[in-house]
Design a protein around this ligand. Sequence first.
Ligand SMILES: *Cc1c(COP(=O)(O)O)cnc(C)c1O
Length: 390
Amino acid sequence: MSESSLHIDTLAVRAGQQRSQFGEHAEALYLTSSFVFESAAQAAARFSGAEEGNVYSRFTNPTVTMFQERLAALEGAEKCVATASGMAAILATVMALLKAGDHIVAARSIFGASQQLFGTIMPRFGVETSFVPGSAPAAFKEALQPNTKLVFIETPSNPLTEVFDIAAIATVAHDAGALLIVDNCFCSPVLQRPLEYGADLIIHSATKYLDGQGRVLGGAVCGGQILVEEVFKFLRTTGPTLSAFNAWVLLKGLETLKIRMLAQSANALDLARRLEAHPTIERVFYPGLPSHPQHALAMRQQSTGGAILAFEVKGGREGSWRVIDACKMLSITANLGDVKTTLTHPASTTHGRISPEARAEAGITEGLLRIAVGLEAVDDIEADLRLGLG
Ligand SMILES: *Cc1c(COP(=O)(O)O)cnc(C)c1O
């Protein structure tokens, strides 16, 4: 039976597994830096590529390969290559596909380190980026230049959960001969499969939902054979590859990805409805609520509203910090994607380094809090928030 005919539930626990001669039931952890050959001729054949097989774990490792194949199956991608972190995936992609003189169009709201990479590091290598405010496909079209090679988005956005129309932006990019890259960290393939809407490559920070339990760093690039192969060539030479140990942890994370994403999304929707009714909350941002301006688009493109929501507390910073400091259970951290609910004040942490004017323009107010909802009972999460909400 071909893997593509199987359901995502099945692929998550079965795809990519290769058993050794010992017939182990669980995926094996091949904790080895290099591999030995049976003869000088075999060594030569492996190095030249005439014979398939492992040589050195900077190039390939069987545990990493199993993770790559499983994630590719979940995303419906021809190929996937794993990296040491999400940022390593983004760096490797731009270094592999671009050269001096090329141009990127990126959403203004992308992950902070991605903004830094595009805005301050890549210009040193002759690659410039235009950042587009908002999510309107027309604004992306306007930002295109004759030398634009990549369009880069992340949807829903962090922290305001703005939804980007992947199919419409893919058309804009492709009409200009550019590729569309989607950072699919917030949804994971369980909630959103960007390749089906025309994206060319998907970036993952496996550190977040793919692990799901806050243990390891990892990343991945998924997409068509030819593009992913280019990224792989860059990785095998320069080294930001995924460790076998982390790949093994992530393989196990993928097995529970669907039930976690669905349970955490259901918790987020329940919590969003309760917070929307709370008198000291000004506004709730959650794509799963009918009050979200892009609710219809979100429900077309994603299978749930996701597990991340933001809300604005009355009373500015004083009000939002009071909520954080009163919490007894929720984790005060900027991380997300964990089964433990995390609470963040974006204006003073993840978005603390950008100017107050830019923050105001982006809608990240002092009263705004972001919650990445975990698996605790919603009653308990709400009770913890109520300590400071009044
Ligand atoms: C965390 C994150 C990254 C970076 O991933 P790391 O694994 O921390 O390097 C990239 N994109 C998004 C949307 C993220 O949340």
